[in-house]
Each structure stands twice: as C-alpha cells, then as structure tokens.
Design a protein around this ligand. Structure first.
Ligand SMILES: CC(C)(COP(=O)(O)OP(=O)(O)OC[C@H]1O[C@@H](n2cnc3c(N)ncnc32)[C@H](O)[C@@H]1OP(=O)(O)O)[C@@H](O)C(=O)NCCC(=O)NCCS
Length: 338
C-alpha cells in the first residue's frame, strides 16, 4: 500500500468519520447500549476537532495515495495536570484508529506520534487499545510501551432497577457530600483504592499516583462530578463514598443518556458489610432519574469489585489494554522509579 501521512484538517471530516464509523471493535458495547456507529463517529470527530489547531496536539491521517481513502487516524495531546503532579511532561494518545492495513499503517502513524512526542518534550505517554485489537497491542509492545492494566467497562440498564435491586439490609446512612467530607474521602481512597493502572507503572512513584487521586477527588468536589454521596456509620464517621459523572455529549448527540460511576470506595476496615451496596444502590437510583444506562470501569484483577458489580446487575461491555511508555534519555535507561 502506498501511504501518505498528512496532518489532519477540518476538510477531512467525512473521510475520518467514515473511518471511525467502521471501527470493528467495541461492537458489543455499541449493541448493548444501542449506540448508532455513525452518530458516535460524528461525536468523536466533533470532540477532537477543537484540538487540531493547538500547537501541542499531534493529529495525523494516513491516506491511501491512489484511492485517497483514509486508512488510519492518530492523535496525541499533552496532559497538563498529570504533568504537574508527576513532575515530568506527560501526554496521551487519545485516538489510534488503525484497522484497515494495520501492519503497514500502524508503524507509520505511531512512528510519527513518537517523533512529535520527542519534539514536544513529552516523556511519558499513555495509550488505550481495545482488548481485541491485537495488531496494535503488538505494535505498542514493539515500540517500548508496557501494559499496565486491562480496563473492564461494565454497564447495566437503569429502567429495571426496582426488580433487580434487593433492599439493602445495612444500617449505613448514605447522604449528599458536604465540603468537610473531602479529607476523609481522600484518606479512604489513598488506603483502599489500590487497583489502578498508575500503581502498575514501573516509572511512576506511588506517592505521586496517590496525590493524583486526591487531586481528582478535589476536582470532583469542586464541580467535576455530577454528584457525590458519602456513607457514614452510627458515629457519623465517613466509611465510603461514590462519585458519579454524566456523559452529556453522548446524551445530546447520540441520544443515549449514560450515567457514569466514576469512583466507589469503601474504607478497607469497613468492607463486606453492605456499605458499597448501599452507596451503589443510592447512586443508581439517583442516576436513573435522567439516564437510561450506567457504566463504569474497573481493573481486570479487581476480583472483588467485579463480583460486587456483577451482583448489582452489571455486565461486561468492553475491554481495553492500558499502555504506558517512558522516553528514556540517552544513556539513562528506563530504570524503575517506584
Ligand atoms: C468494591 C467495594 C466498593 C465493595 O464494597 P463493600 O462494602 O465491601 O461491598 P458490600 O459489602 O456492599 O457487598 C455487596 C455485594 O457485593 C458482592 N461482593 C462483595 N465482595 C465480594 C467478594 N469478595 N466476592 C463475591 N462477591 C462479593 C456480594 O454479592 C455482596 O452482597 P452480599 O453481601 O449480599 O453477598 C469495596 O470492596 C472497595 O471499596 N474496594 C476498593 C476500591 C475499589 O476497588 N473500588 C472499585 C473500583 S472502581
């Protein structure tokens, strides 16, 4: 195949949207959630487009020279607040759409992104690849990326809650978040939220990853979350919390309102007493008022959470491998910094 790699341009919309729409992965999720591939593809383009002209964004289309058909699309952006917390320039590959001629197009697209990352001084890159997209998994492996997680996307419908939800027998009280809860939430997350891809990265310091979660909770409390609920025991001590997000763009454009459980954590000493269940039930009931579906992500080896979500009616919708890569400075190697 004769390939030409060009920076993406607004006039490429139609070709790239068609490329997104025929993406062969995530089929199970699209079917389960009733999402029309073309409308999703248009949404993905519309969300990416405002970033094309940012100087630090690297976005490329691979074209088949003779037919002028789009064969692949890749985009990478810096991640300012992750960079701040980890004290090194970090970025992420937000799109790596390479299924038409993967073995020919993939190396060209990825080579270009890595070159741009070096030029932009991005040292650490993250990328998510669909769990069935083996050609790109192997491509990333061959270019120094390491797998740090397999992320499971699970979901369920919300219109059948009353039948499925068994009443919680736990005496736990669940209430709306108050600003004085933040510190307790951050403490519980640092102690109990141990399954996540940052902790599996050989190059990222664990204390900084914990600081990232603390900062994310602060942002959630400051308005990034749709709502936060906390659980407290008889003495008024916070024993767990749940944060929820709303995918407003998906609801607006694709017509499917999907609520997101972002984070549900119970203090390690209080697990197994129905607190998680009480928090989840309350969050689902609240999300059900303006969402038809709910989804969440968890790690493949978080067996407890998977069992917990299965018991609450969640089913597996999609899987993604999470990859990280550190650009090693010449002569320095990529030594572990944990
Ligand atoms: C996952 C988590 C929220 C569950 O909270 P919890 O308060 O321990 O769970 P509950 O006691 O309410 O359990 C509710 C149901 O989940 C299921 N469940 C929970 N733990 C289970 C386990 N180890 N094996 C099988 N089923 C389990 C059971 O069906 C249980 O219902 P039952 O008691 O009637 O059998 C909690 O373990 C936690 O905070 N983990 C660390 C943070 C985390 O990983 N969060 C999720 C990642 S996004």
């Amino acid at each position: 195949v004769a390939i030409e790699l060009l920076p993406v341009h607004r006039r490429d919309r139609e070709a790239v949207v068609s490329l997104f729409a025929a993406y062969p992965f995530k089929a199970w999720q699209k079917k389960a959630q009733g999402i029309a591939p073309l409308r999703l593809a248009q949404l993905l383009w519309d969300m990416a487009e405002p970033q094309f002209e940012r100087p630090a964004t690297s976005a490329w289309v691979a074209w088949e020279k003779r037919s002028g058909e789009a064969l692949g699309f890749a985009m990478m952006s810096p991640h300012p607040w992750h960079s701040e917390i980890f004290g090194r320039r970090m970025g992420r590959i937000t799109h790596f759409v390479n299924y038409r001629e993967p073995s020919e197009v993939g190396p060209v697209l990825l080579g270009r992104l890595l070159e741009d990352a070096r030029r932009l001084g991005i040292e650490h890159l993250a990328c998510r690849i669909d769990g069935s997209d083996w050609p790109n998994v192997h491509l990333l492996e061959s270019r120094g990326f390491v797998c740090v997680d397999c992320s499971l996307k699970m979901g369920r419908t919300l219109n059948d809650l009353p039948e499925n939800a068994r009443p919680s027998t736990s005496p736990v009280r669940v209430r709306a978040y108050e600003p004085t809860d933040l510190e307790a939430m951050q403490r519980i997350a640092a102690r109990s939220h141990i399954h996540n891809h940052f902790y599996n990265d050989p190059w990222l310091e664990r204390t900084r990853s914990a600081a990232l979660f603390s900062e994310w909770l602060r942002r959630c409390a400051a308005g990034a979350a749709e709502f936060i609920l906390v659980a407290e025991d008889e003495d008024g001590k916070v024993t767990g919390f749940v944060t929820a997000l709303a995918n407003k763009a998906l609801a607006r454009v694709v017509g499917v309102a999907v609520g997101i459980i972002d984070y549900i954590v119970v203090d390690r000493d209080a697990e197994g007493r129905g607190i998680g269940r009480a928090l989840l039930d309350a969050a689902l009931a609240r999300l059900a008022s303006d969402n038809r579906l709910v989804e969440l992500r968890t790690s493949h080896d978080n067996y407890r959470a998977v069992a917990f979500y299965n018991a609450a009616g969640f089913r597996l919708l999609a899987t993604d491998f999470v990859f990280h890569r550190l650009e090693s400075e010449p002569g320095k190697g990529t030594e572990t910094r944990r």
